[in-house]
Write a protein that binds this ligand. Structure first.
Ligand SMILES: NC(=O)c1ccc[n+]([C@@H]2O[C@H](COP(=O)([O-])OP(=O)(O)OC[C@H]3O[C@@H](n4cnc5c(N)ncnc54)[C@H](O)[C@@H]3O)[C@@H](O)[C@H]2O)c1
Length: 300
């Protein structure tokens, strides 16, 4: 097709997409059925991972729960079973590639091909850059992003064969903007957003339109992951609300799930605002949390 025709087609696709978006505001989007689907969630021994597992358990999915914390996943599995779902636990340290590959093989041979993969496990240190130990930086990258590569490499081939599946990435708003004392964390979450974006594009260009992708990017959540978080602009989110929004996003094949959704407006504006204005907004935001070195550190 000539470049002029390509641009004309692009114009009509854009109009169609906006109209479709407008109509979807009024007509509820159909949710896909996940009953009997195998859902693997890393970091499901606590917080968002556990609550996401419980949402899928309510929908009668088969849960495969990975975490470094044995008691945590056993507790999650128990709660899933009470909801009538099957749940299997695997103690896996997601910072270790060999443990991931070994556990993935066990899952494939004993349970089956994973239908929905949720890369959720995460760590944060919250330390001023020059006080970060090398091993902390390495851990942040191993868990928050490298594990996504090893785990996805393990389960994507079966999805590719069937042209069916879903890969969900738990990133953060910190994957879209930088915050003080979170240099390693933000960099790893930018990596997670990049992983999601490029995986989405690659699957599309390979014609694998049956494999869906979603990326969760919330602001602070009250899970204890970050100690005593507060900001003057964004709320500290309830974990149950985030998990429900996340699962709803997966069921409706939503690509980018920003929580709260108003973050989207800020991110669009931030692309156009002068750096001085952004610095001022950061001061107004007044992000605070306890770090490992100082408590209730003021982050302005
Ligand atoms: N809580 C927040 O404020 C917030 C905000 C945005 C994004 N997130 C992201 O959400 C995800 C879940 O965070 P959460 O708030 O539920 O935290 P959480 O601490 O409640 O849960 C994290 C889970 O990951 C597990 N985990 C940690 N290291 C692991 C490893 N090496 N191998 C396997 N499991 C490991 C932990 O044992 C824990 O069960 C993380 O990726 C985090 O970056 C959290």
């Amino acid at each position: 097709m000539s470049i002029i025709l390509e641009y004309i087609a692009l114009f009509f696709i854009a109009i169609y997409s906006y109209l479709e978006g407008l109509i979807k505001l009024f007509i509820p989007v159909k949710r896909k059925s996940v009953s009997g689907e195998i859902v693997l969630i890393t970091g499901s021994g606590h917080g968002i991972g556990r609550l996401t597992a419980l949402e899928f358990a309510k929908l009668q999915s088969i849960l495969v729960l990975w975490d470094i914390n044995k008691d945590g996943i056993e507790e999650t599995a128990e709660q899933c079973r009470k909801l009538g779902a099957k749940a299997f636990t695997y103690v896996v340290d997601c910072s270790k590639k060999n443990e991931i590959y070994a556990a993935a093989e066990k899952v494939k041979t004993t349970i089956g091909d994973v239908d929905i993969l949720i890369n959720n496990a995460g760590v944060v240190f919250g330390v001023e850059f020059l006080n970060l130990e090398d091993h902390q930086i390495e851990k942040t990258f191993e868990v928050n992003i490298l594990s996504h590569f090893w785990i996805t490499k393990s389960f994507l081939p079966a999805m590719m064969k069937k042209n069916r599946g879903h890969i969900a990435t738990v990133a953060s708003v910190c994957g879209h903007l930088g915050l003080t004392y979170l240099v390693d964390y933000c960099a790893s979450k930018f990596g997670a957003v990049g992983f999601h974006e490029s995986m989405t594009v690659e699957l599309e260009s390979l014609g694998k339109d049956g494999i869906k992708t979603s990326c969760l990017c919330p602001v602070f959540i009250n899970t204890g992951f970050v100690k005593n978080p507060s900001t003057r602009i964004w709320p500290v989110l309830k974990p149950e609300y985030v998990a429900k929004t996340f699962v709803d996003g997966i069921l409706t094949n939503k690509k980018m799930i920003l929580v709260p959704s108003s973050v989207k407006t800020y991110l669009i504006l931030a692309n156009f605002l002068p750096q001085r204005v952004i610095s001022r907004i950061n001061r107004i935001q007044d992000v605070q949390f306890s770090t490992m070195f100082r408590s209730a550190t003021k982050m302005d």
